[in-house]
Design a protein around this ligand. Structure first.
Ligand code: MRU
Length: 360
């Protein structure tokens, strides 16, 4: 079974449902989001998470905003202002994954193109249609990333970090889709998942997805990765991305940078898999990517169990930046960028990033 992270229920007056990822793997509980504050809370607390998935959620969030305007019987001007303001709340709910801002802006451009006198009903219908398009596009490009990635994956074990599967996207995933596409094509290899502290996306979510699909998975503590690589059981590392700068420097879940250094030290190719919506060509290099810092409790009391004394402080960056020189290739829906250079990135994206042709 391939899980689903989010689904829209009903027509433009409907609502968004999220599979609450904070409760996995213990329970599959759907959370109904009928207004933007509920969705913003869900994004901030990682009930929905993963760069493409929060982008899709943000797009549907604008449809919720238009629904709020309908219920409030706002006139055309006030409805538009309401949707714009809600767009800002959604786009800034988490700072690192560029997909969130990208998807919200794409829907806002649709609103801007509507005649100024249209009411909230038409705004809601137009935004919902764009959100559905973004969702469907993501489903298709996950499949393409999986295909391109499986073609370059060497024979042997694969190590991944965080969760980049169906739970993190609108389809089968990015890095995890590379692994599952190779598996579905009949290849057999060991799959290793870093547990991914402090929130355990690797052990709670990636392992759960792979078990659901009948693919054997071995979970390791993040601190065991160096030893695992030293054993020679890993032929490649594949991870996702939250934002990729113009030079290929890549922000992804905290621990990715360390893993990339370990992979280089052991001569293991390190691949990043991401859709073109994850590239941010306005940022020249990784040092300018905003890195989310999260609360101390995630580190001091992981999964609610106290692991450090009262009074201890915590350092809890949610992401780090891996330099382009450590990345063998970036697997996109259009093919693999290898070597990772600014020129290679520009050439791959030259046909226009997703949505830029359709949405201006
Ligand atoms: O904090 P999270 O769980 O949203 O972080 C997710 C990641 O870092 C993923 O690797 C990334 O978003 C790519 S998901 C296809």
């Amino acid at each position: 079974m391939i899980p689903v992270a989010l689904r829209w229920i009903g027509d433009a007056a409907g609502h968004l449902e999220l599979l609450d990822q904070t409760l996995l793997p213990g329970s599959c509980t759907w959370l109904a989001c009928r207004d933007v504050p509920t969705l913003v809370e869900a994004i901030k607390s990682l009930r929905v998470r993963g760069a493409p998935a929060i982008g899709i959620a943000g797009a549907y969030g604008l449809a919720l905003a238009a629904g709020e305007a309908m219920r409030g019987a706002l006139d055309a001007d006030r409805a538009r202002a309401h949707v714009l303001a809600r767009g800002e709340e959604l786009a800034t709910a988490r700072p690192t994954a560029v997909n969130l801002r990208w998807a919200v802006d794409r829907c806002l451009r649709v609103v801007e193109r509507l005649p100024s006198q249209v009411g909230p009903e038409d705004v809601a219908a137009a935004v919902l249609a764009e959100a559905r398009t973004i969702h469907e596009e993501d489903r298709r490009l996950c499949d393409a990333i999986g295909r391109h990635g499986a073609a370059v994956l060497p024979e042997g074990g694969v190590l991944t970090h965080c969760n980049t599967g169906a739970l993190a996207t609108g389809g089968t995933g990015t890095a995890l889709a590379v692994i599952t596409a190779a598996w579905d094509a009949g290849r057999r290899f060991e799959v290793f998942a870093d547990e991914t502290r402090p929130l355990f996306q690797g052990s709670r979510l990636t392992a759960w997805e792979l078990v659901q699909r009948g693919i054997p998975v071995t979970v390791l503590c993040d601190s065991a990765a160096a030893h695992l690589l030293a054993t020679g059981r890993v032929a490649a590392c594949v991870v996702g991305a939250d934002r990729i700068a113009a030079n290929g420097d890549t922000a992804n879940k905290i621990g990715t940078y360390g893993l990339a250094i370990l992979a280089q030290a052991h001569g293991v190719p390190f691949y990043v898999a991401a859709p073109s919506s994850t590239f941010d060509l306005t940022i020249a290099a990784g040092g300018d990517i905003p890195i989310e810092e999260r609360g101390a409790a995630e580190v001091l009391a992981p999964l609610g169990a106290r692991a450090a004394p009262e009074g201890a402080l915590a350092f809890n960056p949610a992401f780090d930046v891996t330099a382009a020189r450590l990345i063998r290739g970036i697997i996109t829906e259009r093919g693999v960028i290898d070597p990772v250079t600014p020129q290679g990135i520009r050439a791959m994206l030259a046909a226009g990033q997703l949505g830029t042709t359709a949405a201006g």
